[in-house]
Structures are given as structure tokens and as C-alpha cells.
Design a protein around this ligand. Structure first.
Ligand code: MG
Length: 203
């Protein structure tokens, strides 16, 4: 499986990092070794002084497809969850300045904690979903999918023009504002609507 992630998909987050609001989706990938499941602890890497949390809605692709028409893209995911796109912001900043790729900042081991997945059919409107990240019982990030710049269907259609999507692939759909540094010992809890989906520690 592969993990595809969308950068700058909430305008207020793009602005907080002084990035332009994109006119086409910004895409990057993480390898399967980035996955962190079952609320296992995240081990803070020693190569970064500034690992940021980015809470995101994650789609699980339910069938193979390429060149997917946006009109039918909704049938390519049945379940959603939440995840954290951990980002070594200091490394990313250095690479951005030089115009270099982001992998070392985004794709490292454990950089993609994901929750269990739940059927999207249980929600009356997937474009009015609240999600949030608490750290040590304080809310740090809060988002709602109504603020997405590019819809889930648009992302699936766009990505599948370039990269075949396969069953089990995950798509991180972008983070709202409020990103910040995580520290060893902190307790992270992620919620989708009222349900706690992620609950783990930084070690
Ligand atoms: Mg992100």
C-alpha cells in the first residue's frame, strides 16, 4: 500500500506557514514504513528539533482505479479515519528554500499515525465533519471539512491521473490551522466529531 498526502488544503493553514493558497493540489507521499497503527507511541526522531503535528482526515481507498472521473470518485472510498501527518518542519524549511523534495521531512518512520476507519455512510454529510487534536487535554487544532480547498472527490480524480490508486491506499487530505511542535512526553488525542479515534504518546 501507499500513502498519498495533500499539502495546503485548508486556506488558513497555508497562510499560517506563509505559503500561497494553491490552485491545484499539492501532492507528496509517505512509504508504508511511515504507518503507525493501534495507538502505538510515536518515537520522536533525533534528526529534527521541530517535529510538527498535522491532524488530517484520511480516506481509505476501496478499489483500484486510474483516470477516475470526479463524478464517480466518491465510490472509491467507503471508510474514513483520522491521522497525523508528522512533519520535521526544520528540515522541510531548509528543503523548501533550496527547492528540494520533502521526503526527509515527511516520510520518516512513524510519521503517519492513523486511527481505525469507520464507514463514511454513518455521517450525514462528509463535508461538515469536525475533527480536532488535543495535546495534554488542550485543543491545538480544530477543523471542519467544509473548509477543504479541494474536495475528496477532486483529490482522488486528480491523483489518479498520475498514480493508480489501489485498494487499501490511504490519502491524507490536509491539515487545518494550528500546527505546532510536539515534545517528548506529550499525550495526543484525535477526535472525529465526538469520537476519540487517536490516543497515543510521544516518546
Ligand atoms: Mg499535512
Amino acid at each position: 500500500m501507499k500513502i498519498i498526502a495533500i499539502g495546503r488544503n485548508y486556506a488558513e493553514h497555508a497562510k499560517e506557514l506563509n505559503n500561497p493558497v494553491p490552485t491545484v493540489p499539492v501532492i507528496f507521499m509517505k512509504p508504508d514504513t511511515a504507518l503507525l497503527k493501534d495507538n502505538k507511541s510515536f518515537y520522536h526522531p533525533d534528526f529534527s528539533e521541530d517535529v510538527h503535528h498535522e491532524i488530517e482526515i484520511v480516506l481509505k481507498i476501496s478499489k483500484e482505479g486510474k483516470h477516475i472521473n470526479e463524478k464517480f470518485a466518491g465510490s472509491y472510498f467507503e471508510e474514513i479515519g483520522i491521522g497525523i501527518d508528522f512533519t520535521a518542519r526544520d528540515i522541510q524549511q531548509r528543503h523548501k528554500e533550496k527547492g528540494l523534495p520533502w521526503e526527509l521531512a515527511k516520510a520518516f518512520d512513524g510519521s503517519a499515525p492513523v486511527s481505525n476507519f469507520v464507514p463514511k455512510a454513518q455521517f450525514s454529510d462528509i463535508y461538515n465533519l469536525n475533527f480536532k487534536l488535543d495535546i495534554n487535554q488542550q485543543t491545538r487544532q480544530q477543523g471542519n471539512t467544509k473548509d477543504l480547498l479541494f474536495s475528496f472527490e477532486h483529490i482522488i480524480s486528480f491523483v489518479s491521473k498520475y498514480i493508480t490508486l489501489k485498494k487499501g491506499d490511504l490519502i491524507f487530505t490536509g491539515t487545518p490551522q494550528g500546527v505546532g511542535k510536539v515534545n517528548i512526553g506529550e499525550h495526543l488525542e484525535g477526535y472525529l466529531e465526538e469520537v476519540k479515534m487517536l490516543d497515543f504518546y510521544v516518546k
